[in-house]
Design a protein around this ligand. Structure first.
Ligand code: NAP
Ligand code: FE
Length: 372
């Protein structure tokens, strides 16, 4: 049998609207899914970005009812998604609208499952749900997680001492509205953290053992858009066009990881977030140089092409960029690194890494990556 391309599957069921004012211009799409919306947000940014006011106005004008769950914390835990799910059920919500960064969007997915399945939130991780989740509409206000086009919901697990993801084909949003204007209010640190999260998705998706031709093309395209914004990230002053490019880069990278999963880099980052309070994207950025060096023997050609596409002159150049963007280093003790390694190896995503880590390999990345 002739074969030049590996067989691949590509599943992206989200209807995406992208561009300035895309929500207002396509308001009827939002209203197709229900008449009682539970809106899930963090504390301030949904309002500050302008997205919450737009959603409320659209719902009010059409006579649809809504309630707001506005207490999603960064890196949400099982308690708050449990409360959001209960609120959706008692309100009789017929759809969930998540507005915010990855934290509210991921919480919205959990609430959509819990609204129709009265289970303890820990059972989300069984990943099989008796009843179909409510339809999820995702409106990102950061440009990084791509959660609006993934099935994943990443929640903090106090019982395990790290973050873990669940999600299946029923937890993809049905609709996503990506308006770069909603990301304009991000301060420089959130902009940098989230941009590097998106870049990390593109890089890990490209290197993942589950990568295929279509995810590769999208990953490289995502990196091209990231390359266009690198100067603006360093100066901390991105303009509208940069915001548009960052949001598009993040969208493309989200469609990639929905197919390929992430790899050991994300798995390691979760431990830094949980134990050291490091923001998600920055955690990946701090470890990326050493992670790429570790994988060079297995995936050197792909790493070289990816870095070139993103405008880097090799792994050391990438390391210098990350140190400029994130100058503050973090202290990790050798015994902590050994514990973090164990937690990272618990994650399914670690298995997608091109070079399978032996015991001690990831601990070494933690130590070298964060101390340079
Ligand atoms: P985030 O945790 O959602 O938000 C971080 C901070 O940024 C919050 O204080 C938030 O404020 C603020 N913020 C958000 N949008 C803003 C805006 N437009 N203007 C001003 N401030 C704004 O950050 P994130 O990096 O987007 O999401 C990280 C989470 O997503 C992590 O839990 C990570 O594990 C997860 N994630 C999910 C996927 C996936 O596929 N599902 C992929 C990667 C990462 P408020 O609290 O007021 O909203
Ligand atoms: Fe991520």
């Amino acid at each position: 049998m002739m074969k030049t391309m590996n067989e691949f599957k590509f599943h992206m069921p989200v209807k995406v609207f992208f561009g300035a004012d895309c929500l207002n211009n396509n308001a009827s799409e939002l209203l197709k899914y229900g008449k009682r919306a539970l809106i899930v947000t963090g504390g301030h940014s949904a309002h500050r970005s302008g997205a919450l006011d737009d959603v409320i106005r659209i719902l009010n004008e059409s006579g649809a009812d809504h309630e707001i769950f506005s207490s999603v914390e960064n890196n949400p835990g099982l308690d708050s998604v449990g409360r959001a799910g209960e609120m959706a059920a008692s309100f009789g919500a017929d759809m969930i609208v998540g507005i915010g960064g990855g934290s509210p969007l991921d919480a919205a997915k959990a609430a959509a499952v819990l609204a129709t399945n009265p289970i303890d939130p820990i059972r989300l991780y069984e990943n099989v749900f008796q009843n179909k989740p409510l339809p999820i509409v995702a409106i990102p206000t950061t440009a990084g997680t791509g959660s609006e086009v993934t099935q994943y919901s990443i929640l903090t697990r106090k019982d395990v001492g790290t973050k873990m993801s669940f999600g299946n084909e029923s937890t993809f949003p049905v609709l996503a509205f990506l308006d770069p204007n909603y990301t304009m209010s991000m301060p420089p640190d959130v902009t940098a953290n989230t941009a590097v999260d998106a870049f990390s998705h593109a890089m890990e998706g490209y290197l993942s053992k589950r990568a295929g031709p279509m995810s590769d093309d999208l990953a490289l395209a995502s990196m091209r858009y990231f390359a266009m914004c690198r100067e603006a990230l360093l100066s901390g002053d991105p303009n509208y066009t940069d915001r548009e490019n960052l949001l598009y880069s993040s969208l493309l990278a989200g469609t990639v990881i929905a197919q390929t999963g992430t790899t050991a880099l994300h798995a390691m980052g979760y431990a830094l977030t949980y134990y050291k309070g490091v923001a998600h994207g920055r955690a990946n950025g701090l470890l990326m140089e050493e992670y790429l060096r570790f994988n060079e023997s297995e995936a050197g050609d792909r790493i070289a092409l990816a870095l070139k596409t993103a405008g880097f002159d090799g792994i050391a150049d990438l390391g210098n960029f990350m140190r400029s963007l994130f100058p503050d280093r973090i202290e990790i003790l050798p015994e902590e690194a050994a514990d973090f390694e164990k937690l990272a190896l618990l994650q399914r995503s670690a298995k997608n890494t091109p070079r399978l880590p032996n015991l001690g390999d990831l601990a070494a990345i933690f130590l070298t990556g964060t101390h340079k």
